[in-house]
Design a protein around this ligand. Sequence first.
Ligand code: 2AM
Length: 178
Amino acid sequence: MHRLFAAIRPPAAIRQHLLGLMGGVPRARWQDDDQLHLTLRFIGEVDRHTAADVAAALGQVRQQPFEIMLSGIGTFDRKGRTDTLWAGVAPHDQLTLLHNKIDQSLARIGLAPETRAYLPHLTLARLGRDTGRLDGFAESHGGLSSDPFTVTHFMLFESTLGNQGARYDVVERYALTP
Ligand code: 2AM
């Protein structure tokens, strides 16, 4: 089986900016450079044939390049605890449009539509029960922002879960064209 998702890779300068923020939260598992991405649509586990269909379906998505920037930080609370620390991005409209187009292209090959609300974010760290408090980090970086950057591509990634966290490999790259 293949665990897939569609995502954007921020440019190197933006990734450097994010890597530079990381620290100050005891026992947080910070993402490394290779792991930094902005998910457009989580697809999940599919077989080899469906994976090929997904790769082809994403090639049908048409959208113009657009600009976004980093904006703020946030957390996800799942199963009663805070498990993800992320950087926000703004604005959301073109990202949501692209998410919806991807969702529709996947519906055409028979994948169930996304039921969860799409909340664009870049995961910075995974947090465990023993992770220290985020207050200091929030105070220093709550007002996070970056220069705008242009999204010119999105990618299909395969995720492999391992002891050192997830490894994300690019399966295919798709250009956004004017
Ligand atoms: P996260 O960073 O907030 O956990 C690969 O797993 C990517 O898909 C991650 O960026 C993850 O978001 C995202 N994702 C979205 N929905 C998911 C789900 N139901 N299970 C796992 N990852 C999901």
